[in-house]
Design a protein around this ligand. Structure first.
Ligand SMILES: NC(=O)c1ccc[n+]([C@@H]2O[C@H](COP(=O)([O-])OP(=O)(O)OC[C@H]3O[C@@H](n4cnc5c(N)ncnc54)[C@H](O)[C@@H]3O)[C@@H](O)[C@H]2O)c1
Length: 373
């Protein structure tokens, strides 16, 4: 069975869907791995390293026409044209913003699995690429905050005087938020956090941050560890209460999101106006509209004296580890889809598996995904 790894073509993407370590594991399990020439270039994995791990170097057409294709970003029309009927695609598929890709994959007879739909359950942890990448994003976002802030994060006492620690707040304490809290703490900032789900308070405090409680009446806890949207009254109350809190912070890292919805607005323009000159907002929700309406996706701007950063692909800024974690997620997923027969991998009836039922988008010529939000 051939596993193909094409080079990612999306602008600014630097990750690769398989590393030499994963290639070695797949080769040992009897897969023939073929990888597009220089697919690992930006993440510093050379063609030679892939060949030593057992892969053959091929062009894009060959990689896309394998039995199983590993990708990071959803395939475009040309890539889908190269895929073969009955093949399996493992990739993020931007499920909330389908632009016709599902129908094209179904028409091409490609069975596709959307990595973002892997449920956050214990058995699927090793395949949870959304979490592995969000973890990296949270870490990298805290570094971005430190580099954009024109002052120290830790308290500093020098012969030229002392500097106060940066007061930092993380809005949304999910996967990315918790990692941002931990990283900002390691950098010496005084860290606070707020989330609409009260159950994360303990996790926030276990990382040494203070939890901010707002008197918003509705419970924001939804299903599967995600939040649900607040009603309009609570949303407005939340924005007003946050605006009072936020003016005392030097750095805001905002990660609030609800799956398949526009990001909730937590930092209004008035709140930004109330912040000190030179404060920093890292809006990690920039790709889904932003937690601040002033955020511009993929730009860093200064508005009302506040630096607002809208980077949308933090994992691509750390492609070494981002690719390593992602490729482990994909190989774990692939291995749970197969059995060995005469020492060769063959697909088992994976369609009955709970993880697959939740994450398969196209199955044998049809779109089998039902939007669940
Ligand atoms: N820019 C990037 O490169 C990058 C990479 C990964 C993730 N992200 C983004 O980071 C964000 C977080 O991702 P995640 O995987 O940590 O998601 P997550 O679901 O684990 O965390 C989101 C958190 O936001 C909270 N939340 C939702 N609505 C809220 C509200 N109104 N007020 C306060 N908190 C609220 C939720 O309770 C949850 O804890 C998402 O927007 C995601 O798209 C960005």
């Amino acid at each position: 069975m051939y596993v193909g790894i094409p080079k990612e073509i999306q602008n600014s993407e630097t990750r690769v869907a398989a590393t030499p370590d994963s290639v070695k594991k797949m080769s040992e399990r009897g897969f023939n791995v073929i990888i597009e020439s220089s697919a690992g270039y930006h993440s510093h994995f050379t063609d030679e390293a892939y060949m030593q791990a057992g892969a053959d170097i091929v062009d894009n057409s060959d990689a896309m026409s394998a039995d199983v294709v590993f990708k990071i970003n959803k395939p475009d029309v040309k890539e889908i044209d190269r895929m073969k009927k009955g093949s399996v695609l493992l990739s993020f598929l931007d499920v909330c913003n389908d632009d016709g890709t599902f129908d094209r994959l179904a028409d091409a007879g490609v069975n596709s699995v959307a990595l973002e739909m892997i449920p956050r359950i214990s058995r699927a942890q090793g395949m949870d690429a959304l979490s592995s990448q969000a973890n990296i994003a949270g870490y990298r976002a805290a570094l971005e905050a430190a580099s954009l802030y024109t002052r120290f994060l830790p308290m500093m006492m020098t012969s030229a005087g002392s500097a106060k620690p940066a007061k930092t707040v993380v809005l949304g304490a999910g996967v990315a938020g918790l990692q941002a809290i931990a990283t900002a703490r390691r950098l010496g900032a005084r860290v606070y956090a707020y989330d609409v789900r009260p159950e994360v308070k303990e996790q926030v405090e276990s990382l040494g941050a203070k939890f901010i409680e707002l008197k918003v009446s509705g419970d924001g806890s939804g299903e599967g560890g995600y939040a649900k949207a607040l009603d309009a009254n609570d949303q407005q109350l939340q924005q007003e209460l946050l605006a009072q809190e936020l003016r005392s912070f030097d750095i805001i890292i905002s990660t609030a999101m609800i799956p398949c919805m526009n990001a909730p607005v937590l930092i209004t323009e008035d709140a930004v106006k109330g912040m000190r000159q030179g404060s920093v907002i890292i809006d990690m929700a920039a790709a889904s509209g932003g937690n601040c309406p002033l955020t511009v996706a993929d730009q860093t701007i200064v508005k009302h004296g506040v630096i607002i950063c809208g980077i949308t692909n933090y994992p691509a800024l750390m492609p070494g580890d981002a690719s390593t974690f992602y490729s482990r997620n994909l190989t774990n997923l692939l291995f749970q889809m197969i059995n060995e027969s005469n020492d060769r991998p063959v697909f088992k009836d994976y369609g009955q598996d709970e993880i697959m039922q939740l994450s398969m988008i196209t199955c044998e010529g049809t779109v089998c995904y039902e939007r669940r939000s």
